[in-house]
Write a protein of this length. Structure first.
Length: 258
């Protein structure tokens, strides 16, 4: 699929990875709908990328609510006439040992990472089926390949995202719709600074602010963390890859190596 002037919805667009994805897809000439619960943050991103650019717009959505995802799709189709790509990027993390992780935190991660991906795709799929084309990109994680302790809920959902990718790639192939996943590695973001870094500081033996850098140097052949735009480049490739489906593309500097 040629990306120029194609319509793409990016969920979780207000986050670091979401911003990187929107930035790269906009540079590739796509019409980008930045979707997030925090619409003000999306509007700030749009102002940065190109104020008054009619190839950029924001929309508020609660991906855990079916009616909200349907309204998002209806709004985009009404304005642009089609949806050529959906990037299911929105996601959260909650950490805790098997013994300590609360049911509330477990449910929240499942709702956002799995149910949200399901609801957004279920809302978009009929549009793509009708137009007999489309690309769905689900954001998984290295946690789906090489999970760490304390990640029960997060790893379960990211493994689940890859499972959904493999199922949908078969169900939608006859409609010329590709479904793939991208697995980001280590991105400097609030997820790392507020949760992962502090949680693993004692295990790694350094200050929480140094955890990512130490793991990159010791565990990644390339020796460096990933940037949001690295993930954006991968998403752009997957969106345009017309003969690739059911696959998981890992962007982690060689951390998983399989």
């Amino acid at each position: 699929m040629k990306l120029q002037n194609k319509v793409v919805i990016v969920t979780g667009a207000a986050g670091k990875i979401g911003q990187g994805i929107c930035r790269v897809l906009h540079q590739r000439g796509m019409i980008v709908i930045a979707a997030d619960l925090d619409e003000n943050a999306c509007m700030t991103l749009i102002d940065e990328l190109g104020p008054n650019d009619d190839r950029l717009t924001s929309i508020q959505v609660d991906i855990t609510d079916r009616n909200s995802t349907i309204k998002m799709v209806e709004s985009v189709v009404k304005r642009f006439g089609s949806i050529d790509a959906l990037v299911n990027n929105a996601g959260i993390i909650e950490l805790g040992s098997l013994i300590d992780l609360s049911e509330e935190k477990w449910d929240r991660v499942i709702d956002v990472n799995l149910k949200g991906t399901f609801l957004c795709t279920q809302a978009v799929a009929p549009v793509m089926i009708k137009q007999n084309s489309g690309s769905i990109v689900n954001l998984a994680s290295v946690a789906a390949k090489r999970p760490a302790p304390l990640q029960s809920a997060y790893a379960a959902t990211k493994h689940g995202v890859i499972g959904l990718t493999q199922v949908w790639s078969q169900e939608l192939a006859s409609h010329n719709i590709t479904v793939n996943s991208v697995c980001p590695g280590f991105i400097d973001s609030p997820m790392w600074s507020q949760q992962l870094g502090p949680a693993y500081a004692d295990m790694v033996g350094v200050d929480s602010s140094e955890v990512m850098g130490v793991l990159a140097k010791t565990q990644m052949p390339l020796g460096r963390p990933q940037e949001p735009e690295d993930i954006g480049e991968a998403v752009a490739f997957v969106c345009g890859a017309k003969n690739m489906t059911g696959q998981s593309l890992v962007i982690d500097g060689g951390f998983t190596r399989y």
